[in-house]
Design a protein around this ligand. Structure first.
Ligand code: CP3
Length: 345
C-alpha cells in the first residue's frame, strides 16, 4: 500500500509529498453524477457498496494518495434523532432546530454499531478494496460546527441563533455540545475500529468565532474527542478549522497530529508560526485549480516549499473542491504535486 500519506501525518521521512483533495468524491466527477443520478444523496451515503464505489473513484481517476470515506458530517446528527433533509440549491436542512432544553433532552447518543452501521460497513468494504492502493480517512464534524447546523436549522450567514445560545444561555449550549461530543467520540472510535487509518475532524465554521470564544465554546470539545481517541487508537488525527488563520496557536493545543490550513493563510508563515513539531495539510484555493497550468504549477511549487519546513506536509486544497471544477484541472494539480515534490525521481 502507498503509505506516504500516513507517514507525512506522523512526520516520518517520505520521498514525495502526498496529496488528496477535500470533497474529492463528489459532483465535479461525471462518474459520481452517474451513480448519484439513481438515488438521493442520503440514500447513497446509506448504501455501502455504492458509497465505497464513489470513494474509490478519485483514487483511480486522479491518482490521489488517500481516500476519504464517502459520507457527510451531518449523518450522525440524524442518528441522534433529528430529521435531516438535503434540498437542491439550499443544502442541508433540519426542519426542527434544537433551541431549548426539551429539544436537547430528546437527543439520543447513538450506538454506532446499531444506528450507523452502514458507515462502518462502507469502511469495511473499502479496506478490502483499497488494500493495495491507499489509506482510508474517516471523518466527523467538530462539535461546534455540528451544533451550528442543529441550532440554525441548516447553513447560516450570521449564526445569530448559535451565538445567541452561546452568549445568553451557556448552560443550554454546553449541554447540547456535551451530547454531540459524546456521540462524535463514539462514532470516530467506531470508524477507527472498523478500519479507518486516519481521522479528520472538520470544523468548517470555527472561523466565525473570536479567538476567546473559540477557546471557550469550540476547542474544549475537540480536545476531549482527541484525548478520548488516544485511549483506544493510534491513527493520525487531522484537525481542520476552516478560516482559522487567527486560531492556529489555539488549534495546535487540540492534540491533533496534523493541522489543516485553508488558503487564506500563507503556508510558510503558518508553519513558522506554529513550529516544526506538527504536520500540516493544505492549502491551495480550490478555485485556483482554474489557473493556467503554468501558474498553477508555480503555486503548487510555492506551497510545497512552504510545507517543507513543517514536520510533515500533506498537499491538499484549502477547502472542498468546487462542484464546477473540470476533473482535468484537478488531475493537473495532483500530478504537479507529485512531480514537483520528486515522485519517481
Ligand atoms: O469526498 C469527500 O470529501 C467525502 C465526502 C464528504 C461530503 N461532505 C460529501 C457531500 C465530506 C468529507 C463532507 C463534509 C461536509 N459536509 C462538511 C465539512 C467540509 C466543508 O465543506 O466544510 C460540511 C460543512 C458538510 C455539510 C454539507 N453537506 C453541506 C453544506 C452540503 C450542501 C452543499 C454542498 O456542498 O453540496 C452537503 C452535501 C454534500 N456532501 C454533497 C457531497 C458529495 C453533495 C450532495 C449531492 O450529491 O447532491
Amino acid at each position: 500500500m502507498n503509505d506516504t500519506f500516513l507517514k507525512a501525518c506522523r512526520g516520518e521521512k517520505i520521498n514525495y509529498t502526498p496529496v488528496w483533495m477535500m470533497r474529492q468524491a463528489g459532483r465535479y466527477l461525471p462518474e459520481y453524477q452517474e451513480v448519484r443520478s439513481k438515488l438521493t444523496f442520503l440514500e447513497l451515503c446509506k448504501t455501502p457498496e455504492l458509497a465505497a464505489e464513489v470513494t474509490i473513484q478519485p483514487v483511480d481517476i486522479l491518482g490521489v494518495d488517500a481516500a476519504i470515506l464517502f459520507s457527510d458530517i451531518l449523518i450522525p446528527l440524524e442518528a441522534m434523532g433529528l430529521i435531516l433533509e438535503f434540498h437542491e440549491k439550499i443544502g442541508p436542512v433540519f426542519p426542527d432546530p434544537v433551541r431549548d432544553q426539551k429539544a436537547v433532552d430528546r437527543l439520543i447518543i447513538p450506538s454506532p454499531d446499531e444506528h450507523l452501521n452502514f458507515v462502518l460497513e462502507t469502511i469495511r468494504i473499502l479496506r478490502r478494496e483499497l488494500e493495495h492502493k491507499v489509506p482510508l480517512i474517516g471523518f466527523a464534524g467538530a462539535p461546534f460546527t455540528l451544533a451550528t447546523y442543529l441550532i440554525e436549522g441548516g447553513s447560516s450567514k450570521f449564526f445569530f441563533e448559535t451565538k445567541k445560545m452561546m452568549f445568553s444561555n451557556p448552560e443550554l449550549y454546553s449541554g447540547l455540545l456535551e451530547k454531540i461530543t459524546a456521540c462524535t467520540s463514539l462514532y470516530l472510535k467506531a470508524q477507527a475500529a472498523a478500519g479507518a487509518q486516519a481521522l479528520q475532524i472538520f470544523d468548517s465554521w470555527a472561523g466565525i468565532l473570536a479567538p476567546v470564544d473559540f477557546e471557550r465554546f469550540a476547542l474544549p470539545y475537540v480536545k476531549r474527542i482527541i484525548a478520548d481517541l488516544r485511549q483506544s487508537t493510534d491513527v493520525p488525527i487531522i484537525y481542520f478549522a476552516n478560516n482559522g488563520a487567527t486560531l492556529l496557536e489555539l488549534s495546535k493545543t487540540s492534540g491533533a497530529d496534523v493541522l489543516g490550513l485553508d488558503w487564506r493563510v500563507d503556508i510558510a508563515k503558518a508553519v513558522e508560526h506554529i513550529g516544526p513539531d506538527i504536520s500540516v495539510q493544505g492549502n491551495l484555493d480550490p478555485i485556483a485549480l482554474l489557473l493556467p497550468e503554468k501558474e498553477l504549477r508555480a503555486r503548487v511549487a510555492k506551497i510545497l516549499e512552504g510545507g517543507r519546513k513543517a514536520r510533515g506536509h500533506i498537499c491538499n486544497l484549502g477547502h472542498g473542491i468546487h462542484q464546477f471544477t473540470p476533473p482535468a484541472k484537478a488531475k493537473i494539480f495532483i500530478e504537479a504535486v507529485h512531480e514537483l515534490s520528486g515522485k519517481g525521481s
